[in-house]
Design a protein around this ligand. Structure first.
Ligand code: ZN
Ligand code: FE
Length: 254
């Protein structure tokens, strides 16, 4: 049984430590802040053996060198992580399996935010680390890929079981909720969730992780095909509805 420790890093990132107690193996999922990750591991009494990157952005791989120097951890990630200074010790892509002691994670290619963005899916634990691909009530900006590619990536995440637990890398949920409510105004499940998110944040509590089924009912990016008529895109392919929601979010003034 994996133990997952989540903690805030930088201004709005989350750091994650995944610990496999039988072997003692511990992976840092991304490296937003090496010092904070080391402090958190020490407080847990866990020795970091692995770094698993989701994509190359500095708030995800920028702490690789310092954390590796401090721990000797082995870096696993997509080839694009080389852009931040050093190639991963193990380069992985869609379909690869990564081991953490006796636990296994499957790699999904979820490119779009960056071309090489990947997610790690622990099927046996029904848990996935999705980086900046999907957020609670949001999704990553499309910096490098196309809307069609990003839509295909989100469909891979959406194909996981509805009760899967998703860990995303940022606490963006409250501002995402403001946009979601604007673009999907008739959705009562969403309205109730937005109110709950306001309560959680007012109490200083995280909205991450989230449940996939809840995202499918409330995240306007996943719901884009159902919003076609109100987007003025009746009859258009699903990815075009998604592209329109993404475009509106990029210019939304909440
Ligand atoms: Zn990013
Ligand atoms: Fe990020």
């Amino acid at each position: 049984m994996l133990q997952i420790h989540q903690f805030p890093c930088l201004s709005d990132n989350y750091g994650f430590l995944v610990h496999e107690p039988q072997s003692g193996a511990t992976a840092a999922i991304d490296t937003p802040d090496a010092d904070e990750i080391l402090r958190q591991a020490q407080a847990k009494g866990w020795r970091i053996t692995d770094i698993w990157n989701t994509h190359w952005h500095p708030d995800h791989a920028g702490g690789n060198a310092a954390l590796k120097a401090a721990t000797g951890a082995r870096v696993t990630g997509p080839a694009e992580v080389e852009r931040i200074g050093a190639a991963p010790d193990r380069i992985v892509a869609e379909g690869d399996v990564v081991k953490l002691g006796g636990a296994e994670a499957r790699v999904l290619d979820v490119g779009g935010h960056t071309l090489g963005h990947i997610a790690y899916v622990f099927d046996a634990e029904n848990t996935a680390f999705v980086g900046d691909a999907l957020f609670a009530l949001g999704c990553g900006r499309i910096f490098e890929g196309t809307a069609e590619q990003m839509w295909a990536s989100l469909q891979k995440i959406a194909a996981l079981p509805d009760d899967a637990t998703l860990y995303c890398a940022h606490e963006y949920t409250q501002s995402n909720a403001r946009f979601a409510v604007a673009v999907d105004a008739g959705n009562e499940t969403l309205a109730a969730r937005a109110a709950e998110i306001d309560r959680l944040r007012a109490a200083g509590r995280p909205t991450v992780p989230m449940r996939l089924g809840v995202e499918k009912d409330t995240n306007p990016f996943l719901r884009a095909p159902l919003l076609k008529a109100s987007l003025g895109l009746a009859g258009a392919p699903d990815w075009q509805a998604f592209a329109e929601v993404r475009k509106r979010k990029d210019t939304f003034k909440g």
